[in-house]
Design a protein around this ligand. Structure first.
Ligand code: GLU
Length: 486
């Protein structure tokens, strides 16, 4: 039987889940699902100072929100758990002791200030910083004596001076001289292993077959391969995903804004739009098709179609996709999704949510909505008692105030004559339109009428708005506008 594919997403909980991390998670998820494999979530919290429980929670919450459910990981214990590195110290210790016993690692007593001075010296001579191997040849006895005397030490791996090459699933052959920086620190002490070491142990112990991660990890891969070789562990398959770039084509970073998934969620992007967008950041389907659900992606995805060059994070593409996904939903669904934004903005009380009513309002804007948060500015006028806007907004072209006021008065009289039971868009249009056509231009009546109802330069059409506002509110708003023009 072919070996089962196992991928992993291994975030460090030192910050919120950002779009780059979510893209890595997605590609691992897709590759695993497509191959009927297993997607593992591992929390890399060995850095005790920087790791925070709240960030772990943020990561779990937003992965779930995106629909990237892990098969094994926190909350889904499988046979390779625990899935938090902070709970696996004993295991790392075992492997550290193995390296020390094999004499492929040693205690290094060099003082940080001496190492820093060496580094400065090397750099001032234009050389790449490298550990000089001062403690490499200390005898076993000397190491033990100094440890017993309480001297502080770290554990260094004797990095073999050789080139390492590997077949990257995205980039082809990658070759690196791993020994350039000298022997590397793999642990601060037996109970405090560092990233490159824990990853090697865990990827092996968790039976991971494919490591798919960001291109920024390429320099770590040769180090991890050398550690595997020293520990006698099999090599894994590696695929490094292209960098995400900002619009200025530099590496996407805080400078380009907040790219946490939480932020996009708050702004009202839908998880299906984000997933679709992330999939296209580095992968192309080989066709013109632009919209894919998670299930469709799992079917279509292939690492061969992942590009090497950086992928530009183009928010307008995300906006377009989000608008598309919003339009795929029923107006009731969109109303449900928009309601919390209106509550947050104080326009609607939690208990006043009436989805049927809201759906009528939302229907006017569903076509143009790019993200849910925009709904507040678009529809706030439906919820406030009194509008406040600049009265000059009521003026149309060269019309005088008096002309506008009388056009509004006419409109008021017409709508007043419509009976409540006949209050619908068709009737309002049928009665107002011919009257508006009588003016020099129908804008003379319809523009101020619309502004009177919503107080905005741009909005849905006046008849639609009047229909949803209802007769009484329509009349009182038109009267208020007339007052403003006196
Ligand atoms: N924990 C690492 C990070 O957050 C990722 C490790 C890996 O994918 O190998 O960047």
């Amino acid at each position: 039987m072919a070996e089962q594919i196992r991928t992993r997403f291994a975030p460090s909980p030192t910050g919120a889940l950002h779009m780059g991390g979510a893209r890595t998670a997605l590609f691992n998820y897709l590759f695993a699902k497509q191959q009927k494999g297993v997607f593992v979530l591992r929390i890399e919290d060995t850095d005790k100072e920087r790791s925070k429980k709240e960030w772990e929670e943020d990561i779990l919450e937003h992965l779930s929100w995106l629909g990237l459910d892990w098969d094994e990981g926190p909350g889904k214990e499988g046979k390779y758990g625990p899935y938090r590195q902070s709970e696996r110290t004993e295991l790392y210790k075992k492997y550290l002791l193995q390296l020390l016993e094999q004499k492929q690692a040693y205690y290094c007593f060099c003082k940080p200030e001496d190492l820093e001075a060496q580094r400065q010296d090397q750099m001032s001579r234009g050389e790449a910083p490298r550990y000089l191997g001062t403690c490499r040849n200390l005898s076993q006895e000397e190491q033990e004596t100094r440890l017993k005397a309480g001297e502080s030490a770290v554990i260094r791996f004797m990095v073999p001076a050789k080139k390492v090459s590997f077949q990257d699933l995205v980039r082809g052959t990658v070759e690196f001289d791993a020994g350039l920086a000298g022997d590397m620190v793999v642990a601060k002490d037996l109970n405090t292993p560092l990233y490159n070491f824990t990853v090697v142990v865990d990827d092996h112990e968790m039976n991971i077959t494919h490591v798919i991660r960001g291109e920024d990890h390429i320099p770590n891969t040769p180090k991890q391969i050398l550690l595997q070789e020293a520990l006698g562990l099999p090599r894994l398959a590696y695929g490094h995903l292209p960098l995400l770039l900002g619009p200025d084509r530099t590496k996407l970073s805080k400078r380009h804004g907040d790219h946490s998934v939480a932020q996009f969620m708050q702004e009202g992007y839908l998880p299906e739009a984000i997933i679709n967008f992330l999939a296209l950041l580095g992968w192309n389907p080989g066709t013109e098709r632009e919209t894919f659900s998670l299930t469709e992606l799992a079917r279509e995805f292939s690492l061969e179609r992942v590009q090497k060059g950086g992928a530009i994070f183009n928010v307008s593409r995300l906006d377009w996709l989000n608008g598309w996904y919003i339009r795929q939903k029923s107006t009731e669904e969109v109303a449900e999704l928009c309601a919390p934004y209106l509550v947050d903005a104080g326009l609607l009380g939690e208990k006043e949510i009436d989805i049927q009513k809201l759906a009528k309002i939302v229907a006017l804007y569903r076509e143009r909505l790019k993200k849910l948060s925009e709904i507040v500015e678009l529809v706030d006028f439906f919820f406030v008692e009194k509008l406040s806007y600049d009265k000059d907004l009521l003026l149309w072209k060269d019309a005088t105030r008096e002309e506008i006021r009388s056009a509004l008065k006419k409109a008021e009289d017409i709508v007043r004559a419509i009976e409540e039971k006949d209050w619908n868009e068709e009737n309002i249009t049928k009665l107002l339109m011919p009257e508006a056509e009588k003016e020099k231009n129908r804008g003379y009546m319809l523009w101020p009428f619309r502004v009177a109802l919503c107080g905005k330069k741009a909005s849905a059409g006046p008849f639609e708005i009047a229909t949803v506002l209802g007769k009484q509110k329509t009349i009182s708003r038109v009267q208020e506008a007339e007052q403003l023009l006196i």
